[in-house]
Design a protein. Sequence first.
Length: 302
Amino acid sequence: ASTLGAAAAEKGRYFGTAVAANRLSEPDYVATLNREFNSVTPENEMKWDALEPSRNSFNYANADRIVSHARSQNMMVRGHTLVWHSQLPSWVGGLDANNLRSAMNNHINQVMGHYRGQIHSWDVVNEAFQDGSSGARRSSPFQDRLGNGFIEEAFRTARAADPNAKLCYNDYNTDGINAKSNAVYNMVRDFKQRGVPIDCVGFQSHFNSQSPVPSDYQQNLQRFADLGVDVQITELDIEGSGTAQADNYRRVVNACLAVSRCTGITVWGVTDKYSWRASGTPLLFDGNYNKKPAYDAVLAAL
Ligand code: XIL
C-alpha cells in the first residue's frame, strides 16, 4: 500500500491523526489528511471547555465539522476526551461534590449521546495519575471532590451512554514500565476483575530527548493487552529529525504491530507547522506537506 491508512488497514489497524477544525479550509492540509489517514481525533474540539463552556449549554459546531468530514471520507473518529483536569471550564471547578457528580455524568451522557454510533473509541478519562514514583492520583476537581471512584463512575456512565463505543483510559509517561504505568495497570486489572467497563488503554507517546521511546515499550503494551484490553497509541509525536527520528518512529510502529491487541496508531497532527510543540518538528510531514524520512520509515514498517 502507498498510504499510511491503507498500509495499516492491511495489518488490521488504523492510522490516524489529530485534526483541528480550523485547518479544514486549507487545501493542502485536507489533501494530505484525506490521502494518508483513516482515523481522526479532534485535537481540541471535543474537550470540555469547547463542548460545554457553561453548564448544560453545549456547542458542537467545531467538533461536528470534524466528525462530518471524517464520515464523508470513511474515517474512524476517536473521541477525546470526556473527563480531564485540563481544558476544563472554571465553572466545573466551583461545584460541590453532588453537583460535580451530576455535571460529570451529564457531560458524558450529552456528549456521547450526541455522537452515539459515530465514535470508534472514547478517551473517557485522561491523565488521572501523577508523574513520578508515587503512583498516586493527580489532584483535580474530580479526584479531590469525588475521590478515587470518579474514574469507575465515568466508565459506567459512558458504557450506558454509547454501548458500541470502545471506552479507553488515556495517559502520558505510561509508555514504558514505570511507577505511573504500574498504577494505571493496577487500576485496569482491578476494573477487569470487578467488571467495570473498560475496553482500551491509550498511550499518548509524546517522545523527546527527555522522554525517549522506552526500551520496554512493546513489553508494556503487551502486559496491558494481556489484561484483556485493546491498546492504542493515541498522540504520537517524536522530537528530532532525519534518520534518528525515523528510527524512533519505526520502533513505535514495530512495537504496535508486535502486539496483536494494538489496534491503531494516531499521530498528534498532520504537519510540523501546526504541531502543539511549537518549537519542534515531531511529525511525519514538514511544513510544506512533504513526506519526511520518518514518514518513509513508518510506511515501510507497516
Ligand atoms: C494539546 C493540543 O494539541 C493543544 O492544541 C492544546 O493547546 C493543548 O492540548 N495530552 C492530551 C492532548 O491529551 O489533549 C493535548 O493536546 C496534548 C497532551
